[in-house]
Design a protein around this ligand. Structure first.
Ligand code: CO
Length: 276
């Protein structure tokens, strides 16, 4: 028998403290969860330890069905992902599937190194896994290099990878069949900033095979820059528009509609400065 490991003991202690805190707040929490799970969302994200799915969207156990892998890649032959997707859509009846990448993704960085021939003899299984992302880097390199600052080429690739994986997810037999049967399920593309803790919406959703077929080529996304929207920015824009309308005497004074606090006291100075 292995000697006791105090590092692992810490995990059990933290677990006990967490379960106790949950029980204190809501004595029926675990009993209810044991009876059934009814998550409304499926999260397809990166395995990166800095992007814990439930935490970044503030959801409790039972509220988010999760699949994670390196660089949030969708392989059409990945039985793990396909089974998770099918169960989420057909049994749990989630209506929102969120493909969430993140800036500074190590998987995307690795794919760039591979695309640029910088791996030498050091190819591993991870590189095999990342093949679609390597292909993405090679195909769209020229368009990515033309994108304007402040987004770095790696940032743009992380965003473009989400757009690609959304399309690949929407093309799986699971979603095609669900949509053909009239199920209401939408695929969303988000990206998370590990440097500021904020999620951003890339602005594309897919709710049918027709919408997938009508999407512009990925290079067009790069040619027509779209700034990913965080909640802080959305609220700031809403407040700004309200201020303009208030100036015209049309509605109540600025500030009454935006209640998130981001404008006044959040860690979003840069976004506020831009709006001001
Ligand atoms: Co990553």
């Amino acid at each position: 028998m292995a000697p006791p490991d105090t590092v692992l003991d810490e995990l059990f202690d933290k677990n006990l403290a967490w379960a106790n805190a949950k029980n204190e707040k809501d004595p029926t929490f675990f009993r209810r969860l044991a009876e059934q799970q009814a998550p409304r969302f499926l999260w397809v994200g990166c395995s990166d330890s800095r992007v814990p799915a439930n935490d970044v969207v503030g959801l409790d156990p039972g509220e988010l069905f999760v699949h994670r892998n390196i660089a949030n890649v969708v392989h059409s032959s990945d039985m793990n992902l396909l089974a998770v997707l099918e169960f989420a859509v057909e049994v749990l009846r989630v209506r929102h599937v969120i493909v969430c990448g993140h800036y500074g993704c190590g998987g995307v960085k690795r794919a760039v190194e591979n695309a640029e021939g910088r791996l030498g003899e050091g190819h591993t299984l991870v590189d095999h896994w990342l093949a679609p992302v390597v292909d993405l880097c090679i195909r769209h390199r020229a368009a990515i290099d033309r994108t304007a600052a402040p987004a770095t080429p790696l940032d743009k690739l992380c965003e473009l990878n989400v757009s690609l994986q959304m399309r690949r997810l929407a093309a799986t037999p699971v979603l095609k069949t669900a949509w053909a049967r009239g199920l209401d399920v939408t695929v969303h593309g988000w990206i998370y900033g590990i440097g500021d803790g904020l999620l951003r919406d890339l602005g594309t959703t897919l709710s049918s095979s027709e919408e997938l077929a009508a999407l512009p080529p990925l290079d067009d996304l790069l040619a027509t820059p779209h700034e990913p929207m965080s909640a802080a920015r959305l609220h700031a824009v809403a407040a700004f528009l309200e201020m303009e309308l208030a100036d015209m005497g049309a509605i109540a004074p600025f500030g009454s509609a935006c209640t998130c606090g981001a404008w006044d006291n959040g860690p979003f100075g840069a976004e506020r400065e831009e709006m001001e």
